[in-house]
Design a protein around this ligand. Structure first.
Ligand code: PHE
Length: 434
């Protein structure tokens, strides 16, 4: 059954929804720890340059493709040229694989929310986390619960589901982030934390750091899998692409920096290694929250923050898949959502089990969870983004004029699109594979 293509009810809803997609675990969980591992301030500056001059291009391309063609990812590329339909499929495969590991983390977040609500905090979060994530039943159950909570919104549609969820959750998210950042700034380690973030150590500048920064930038902006394209396809006719793209980048980056301002003062106040890695959010942070009287409340706010960030991103991932199923299998929205839920559920269970009974099952020396994370972020994202830029730059006549405008800046953006961004992406891909 064909359904009429929906539209965002206002420009601001469109911006909130794209910010909701972009702001996720990538900002709150991944960005601070990657920054911690890559030398702090020098990473931040490189990241800012890359995001402002390189990532802006594919972001505008996806928004432009969505706005011009008003279709899901697969049909967009098919309309440009039937030969390119497979790129649409590649985007859909990527965006369907990401929630399969992302929602496992969503399940952990649900568990930690419960732990902080009941106030029954373990003494040692390191032991607690490894024994909890290795269990078979509970993490799988919570992953599926998180999946169902997310699926409700695409199931209900753009205006009644996705828009409402974002309009409610994103402001709550912003308030909580402010509260935690202000609290962190009152701690004794605030000065050291801020110095770590904003005082560059140039000796840490190297190729790997640049490539890591670019990979992170693509992931956090949800580029390279048709998500921004799909959200762009519901855009109103008079929405300005470059302006929307910069608004999105500014919001996403501000939130990532605020997340750092929240995390590093806490980290330095409690003497934790800033490069503790993925464990920062699930071991170091809760351990610190458990050490002071009001910590339970701040811990709860921290995990609620992670919850809102991850569910609004999860919604956008599922919507990309659902939109593709609606348009290509001619299914209703409800049936498409059910189909997407079943597929993601089936793959996310082994991903969750890869911390326990499947921990020795490895492909290319990686567990299922790590393989999903690594292949999507380091290979599929840059690869898809590269092809999207090449197609937009070289195969659609006058695409740059429609998207960037014919001004001097439009011309500069066109050169970036045709030559510079593809070159940079090829470098990332080669380094990602080796
Ligand atoms: N941008 C999201 C984050 O930072 C992740 C994401 C990837 C969202 C793909 C949508 C699609 O966590």
């Amino acid at each position: 059954m064909e359904e009429k293509r929906p539209e965002w009810s206002s420009h601001i809803s469109f911006i909130i929804a794209t910010v909701g997609s972009a702001v996720g675990l990538g900002n709150i969980w991944r960005f601070p720890y990657i920054m911690g591992k890559n030398g702090g301030a020098i990473f931040l500056f490189t990241y800012l340059l890359l995001i402002a001059f390189i990532c802006i291009i594919p972001l505008c391309c996806e928004l432009g493709l969505g706005k011009i063609y008003k279709k899901d990812a697969i049909n967009t590329f098919k309309t440009i040229n039937p030969k390119y339909k497979w790129l649409g499929w590649l985007c859909i495969i990527t965006v369907t694989l990401i929630p399969c590991f992302y929602f496992v983390v969503g399940g952990w977040i649900l568990n930690y929310i419960w732990v902080f609500i009941t106030g029954q905090l373990p003494d040692n979060f390191s032991l607690y986390f490894s024994s909890f994530s290795a269990q078979a039943f509970m993490p799988c159950f919570l992953t599926i619960l998180f999946l169902i909570m997310t699926a409700i919104f695409p199931f209900r549609g753009i205006n009644d589901g996705i828009e409402k969820a974002n309009n409610l959750m994103m402001p709550l998210f912003a308030v909580m982030l402010f509260i935690l950042a202000i609290f962190a700034l009152t701690l004794p380690g605030a000065k050291e934390g801020l110095a770590f973030m904003f005082h560059p150590d140039f000796s840490r500048f190297d190729k790997t750091m640049v490539l890591t920064a670019l990979g992170q930038a693509l992931f956090t902006l949800s580029i390279g899998m048709g998500t921004i394209l799909t959200y762009g396809s519901y855009m109103k006719e008079n929405t300005k692409i470059v302006k929307s793209a910069y608004t999105l980048i500014i919001c996403d980056t501000t939130i990532a920096i605020l997340a750092g301002i929240m995390i590093f003062p806490i980290v330095f106040s409690f003497g934790v290694e800033p490069s503790a890695g993925a464990a920062l959010a699930f071991i170091s942070m809760p351990q610190m929250f458990s050490q002071f009287p009001l910590g339970v409340i701040f811990g709860l706010i921290f995990f609620a923050l992670l919850f809102f960030a991850s569910i609004t991103s999860g919604i956008s991932m599922m919507e990309t898949t659902v939109a593709a199923f609606i348009d290509n299998f001619k299914l209703s929205r409800k049936k498409s959502t059910l189909l997407a839920t079943v597929i993601i559920g089936l793959i996310s269970i082994p991903a969750s089990l890869s911390f326990g009974i499947l921990s020795n099952f490895k492909i290319f020396d990686k567990t299922i969870f790590d393989l999903l994370d690594y292949s999507t972020s380091n290979i599929f994202l840059p690869f898809n983004t590269l092809l999207i830029c090449l197609i937009a730059g070289w195969c659609i006549p006058n695409f740059w004029k429609k998207v960037f405008g014919e001004s001097f800046f439009g011309g500069v953006f066109n050169i970036l699109l045709k030559f510079i961004v593809p070159f940079v992406l090829i470098c990332v891909l080669i380094s990602g594979i080796y």
